[in-house]
Design a binder for this molecule. Structure first.
Ligand code: ZN
Length: 294
């Protein structure tokens, strides 16, 4: 590069740097303006809230604190979690603060008639319900709840490993799971087969463990919407039979299963219309019997 050329470039860059300096000064001014705006009260978008209800009027699972902790952990950055044992939380005004209500191993008759009415109207108007494990051992005298949770607990064999066949590969609570999901838990049998009243997400393979009791069609997780259960209105119900053990709530896949179920119930994760998913429609009507410890 000759001297004349270098001089030309030098002459060219001086005005450029001048322009850059002016631009930087402008940026500083804007930054100061921004700081003033930031000093004002900020309107951040609050996360949705989830209420975890753990009242037990019968058997109490030792894993309940682990379950609450797990819901808090999986909710980080997605939703805020309140946990309560207090049925007074079930007013329509309070429930409306929540995107979904999680019944985490509740047992027995947990809500009186006015609280039941508040919950029913909350669900019918589009609220979410996620039932975990003994949520199916709850509110036997409350038909709306029975329809929402899908099936009532009947019994279980000893805790042992079993294989689960994932039937719906698209739902937010199951799409990350293997086709055949092997895990250890306390495997519920239900008073009857909910298929036909619910959209089944996955079934237990009773040939892989001892003491099944429901035969070759043993649903273990499902959803309830108006598509299968008109009484729930615009509400969304999700249920999983797993979650007896403390260890369940430290299992990455079980956590993701729960997270997907809660997000879906809360309307925060979508799945194809259940009516479009493959769903066998057979239904059984087994005799009802009273139940042992959940
Ligand atoms: Zn249990």
């Amino acid at each position: 590069m000759d001297a004349a050329h270098r001089l030309f470039l030098h002459g060219f860059f001086i005005p450029i740097w001048g322009v850059v300096a002016i631009m930087l000064a402008g940026t500083d001014l804007r930054a100061e303006d921004q700081t003033q705006i930031d000093d004002a009260p900020t309107a951040t978008v609050p996360l949705p809230r989830i209420l975890v209800f753990t009242r037990t009027m019968g058997f109490r699972h030792a894993s309940i604190p682990d379950g609450i902790e797990a819901v808090r952990r999986i909710g980080k950055g997605r939703f805020e979690v309140d946990a309560t044992e207090d049925p007074q939380a079930f007013t329509r005004e309070n429930l409306d603060r929540y995107a979904a209500i999680v019944f985490l191993s509740t047992t027995g008759e947990v809500l009186d008639a006015p609280r039941q009415e508040a919950f029913e109207s909350y669900i019918r108007d589009g609220g979410g319900f996620a039932g975990i494990h003994a949520a199916a051992d709850t509110a036997y005298e409350w038909p709306f709840y029975g329809a929402l949770v899908g099936a009532y607990f009947k019994g279980h064999p000893a805790i042992q490993p079993a294989a689960i066949d994932v039937e719906d590969r698209t739902h937010p609570s199951t799409r990350m799971l293997p086709n055949r999901w092997n895990r250890t838990d306390e495997w519920y049998t239900f008073r009857d087969n909910p298929r036909g009243r619910v959209h089944v997400l996955m079934t237990l393979d009773e040939s892989t463990y001892q003491g099944g009791g429901m035969g070759d069609d043993h649903p273990i997780a499902w959803t309830t919407t108006a598509a299968t259960t008109p009484s729930v209105g615009k509400g969304r119900g999700w249920y999983t039979g797993g979650g007896h053990t403390k260890e369940s709530f430290r299992e990455p896949l079980f956590e993701q299963h729960m997270l997907g179920g809660i997000l879906w119930a809360a309307g925060l994760a979508e799945s194809p219309d259940p009516a479009e998913s493959a769903n066998r429609s057979e239904e059984t009507d087994a005799p009802r019997e009273s139940s042992p410890t959940p």
